[in-house]
Design a protein around this ligand. Structure first.
Ligand code: UDP
Length: 323
């Protein structure tokens, strides 16, 4: 059985859906602090918090767990700059508790949600996995710390892991069953779509003076379903004996904040109001993946390579939700 921490969250719930569609046995572990109960698609569910060791104990005692996918974490750059304590507690201590519970129960396979935020401002774009790691914000630092801790656990205790460094997870389940529901929402595409829906007055662009063609930050938006498939491929690679490693998951193309807003205008047909604001502390100017290793070694092939198509799936879901 696969334990999915954060299986009620955005990427975790999409991954649970992918696993269930392939007939895999999964149990979701989620505190429902960020996750939502309706997004738990598995029958097996433990409501628990990684910061309470007894909750983890309960999950590991109740189920025959042979591998773990670990999504449960806080994931907003701006929030991490304002509330680093929450990030270090949830993302670092929570993950250490999980690693220790796995060790105690002899569970030796782990897929970890990492992030492009581990790199900081890149010297080289597209960014290869062996690029220098100099995260610019507490969120990225927690992810990099945990990659290093996993490498140490792997070496000493024989746990094998694959860290998947997502660039910008985007889009939603094309069947409309699952969505992106952060509270408060700080991510670009859902905010822009909320402006289109009249739920916000405007989108504020954080910084228009970056050294990029239109002055706004460039990111690599990868569809959440493609991320989900990559997790299954990574788990199967571990099952086939792969060594511990990390992979970038992005499509290898960057879009500026202005281009994302333009895409949302095209998809929604609505003229979205835009304001210009200060840079958001902690933001690198450009993050674009070199995803060739995941493509070659995991045989991962992102299905969604067009930003409008990605935004379309997010739009279909977001306009159907009542706020
Ligand atoms: N962004 C923005 N206005 C917003 C939210 C985000 O201009 O209200 C920018 C942000 O500065 C970054 C990009 O959009 O350059 C993507 O941000 P997001 O938080 O979605 O993802 P991140 O890149 O932080 O993982």
């Amino acid at each position: 059985m696969i334990l999915i921490t954060g299986g009620a969250g955005y990427v975790g719930s999409h991954c649970v859906k992918e696993l269930l569609s392939r007939g895999r046995d999964v149990v979701v572990f989620d505190s429902l602090d960020q996750g939502v109960r309706e997004a738990v698609l598995s029958e097996d569910f433990v409501e628990g918090d990684l910061l309470r060791v007894e909750d983890l104990q309960r999950a590991f005692d109740r189920y025959e767990i042979d591998s773990v996918m670990h999504f449960a974490a806080l994931a907003s750059v701006g929030d991490s700059m304002r509330n680093p304590q929450r990030y270090y507690e949830n993302n670092v201590i929570g993950t250490l508790n999980l690693l220790n519970a796995m060790r105690e129960h002899g569970v030796k396979r782990l897929i970890f949600s990492s992030s492009a935020a581990v790199y900081g401002d890149p010297d080289l774009v597209p960014i290869p996995e062996d690029h220098r790691k100099l995260p610019k914000n507490p969120y990225g630092r927690t992810k990099w710390m945990m990659e290093q801790a996993m490498a140490d656990y792997s070496q000493a205790y024989g746990v094998r892991y694959i860290a998947l460094r997502y660039f910008n997870a985007a889009g939603c389940d094309p069947e409309g069953q699952l969505g992106e529901n952060h509270d408060p929402e700080e991510h670009l595409i859902p905010i822009v779509l909320d402006v289109a829906l009249g739920r916000r007055d405007e989108i504020t662009i954080f910084g228009t003076d970056y050294d990029t063609p239109d002055g706004t930050c460039i990111r690599d938006y990868v569809h959440v379903n493609d991320l989900a498939v990559a997790h299954v491929l990574a788990l199967d690679a571990l099952g086939a004996g792969a060594e511990s490693t990390a992979y970038n998951l992005g499509i290898g193309n960057g879009y500026s904040v202005r281009e994302v807003i333009e895409s949302c205008r095209r998809v929604t047909g609505i003229d979205i109001a835009v304001g210009e604001g200060e840079r958001r502390p902690g933001d690198p100017a450009v993050l674009v993946a070199d995803p060739t290793r995941a493509m070659r070694e995991l045989r991962w092939q992102p299905h969604f390579t067009d930003l409008d198509e990605i935004v379309e799936t997010a739009w279909r879901q977001r306009r159907s939700t009542v706020h």
